[in-house]
Design a protein around this ligand. Structure first.
Ligand code: B1M
Length: 211
């Protein structure tokens, strides 16, 4: 069992997408849960890649191919990670904030929210505060979900909240924030309605906010 999980982890670290796909398929065929393959295989492999980058062993190209491998594995797990929901619980507009190109965590959060029954409007990466405001004004979502992976882009989460206030629509939506460097105290400081450390806790929090 653990052999299959470490095969997934190693394939991500090696940045080998076909091997990652094969290892995920093998894990599922062996009866491993999608959640274990995700948490202990894909996410753990990516955590290790970040560590190698910090240690100067990996550079941006290695991070990029590892990200591609992780995405390939995630695509296979997607159906298993999502439960069928009949009525949408609410609408979530999600995006990675301006200046930030990281989208794997944001995609995972979107997937989990979709699995929890939300309709998702994904604005992608490097999203300007004005764009979030425009979509809130035109599409009236229940929640705005912001992701940031860089300490330098975290202030752009505050900028979104400020611009929602300036446009007079702050009270119409709940704002959730998350991403590796984001903390509960940062979320409180910028006036967000909630923070979640990972995708599944984000789905739980979002559900509690709309219920
Ligand atoms: Co970048 N990168 N990167 N990178 N990268 C990090 C984030 C870094 C920590 C690496 C390191 O130094 N150890 C570091 C940031 C340092 C800092 O600011 N504290 C870093 C850096 C420095 C950079 C560049 C500046 C490098 C350079 O060019 N010199 C550059 C910046 C580009 C930019 O954005 N402007 C850069 C570029 C890249 C790539 C493009 C090569 C690639 C991204 C590819 C892609 O996303 N399509 C990349 C990658 C892959 C990483 C690491 C290795 C992995 C990120 C990841 O996908 N993790 C990362 C190191 C690390 O995090 N260990 C690193 C897996 C993912 C599932 O986790 O995104 O954390 P994560 O999401 C989690 C939670 O955070 C949470 O749920 C998810 C899972 O449950 N979550 C939320 C996320 N969003 C949420 C929102 C919520 C709630 C929870 O509510 C709404």
């Amino acid at each position: 069992m653990d052999e299959q999980i470490s095969a997934v982890r190693e394939a991500v670290i090696a940045g080998n997408a076909p091997e990652t796909e094969a290892a995920v398929h093998a894990g599922l065929a062996a009866g491993l849960s999608a959640k274990r393959l995700l948490d202990e295989g894909l996410v753990e492999g990516m955590r290790h890649v970040g560590q190698l980058f910090e240690e100067g062993e990996y550079f941006v190209p290695e991070m990029l191919v590892a990200a591609r491998a992780m995405k390939a594995g995630l695509a296979i797990l997607r159906p298993q990670l999502m439960e069928a929901a009949i009525e949408p619980k609410g609408k979530v507009v999600i995006g990675t904030v301006r200046g930030d190109m990281h989208d794997i965590g944001k995609n995972l959060v979107g997937m989990m929210l979709e699995g929890a029954g939300f309709e998702i409007r994904d604005l992608g990466v490097n999203v300007a505060p004005e764009r979030f405001v425009e979509v809130v004004q035109n599409e009236h979502p229940d929640i705005v979900a912001l992701s940031a992976l860089l300490t330098t882009t975290m202030p752009n989460m505050a900028a979104v909240i400020e611009q929602l206030k300036a446009a007079g629509v702050r009270e119409q939506v709940k704002v959730l924030v998350g991403g590796a460097p984001v903390t509960e105290s940062f979320a409180q400081r910028i006036g967000a309605d909630g923070f979640a450390p990972d995708a599944s806790q984000c789905a739980t929090l979002a559900s509690s906010l709309v219920s």
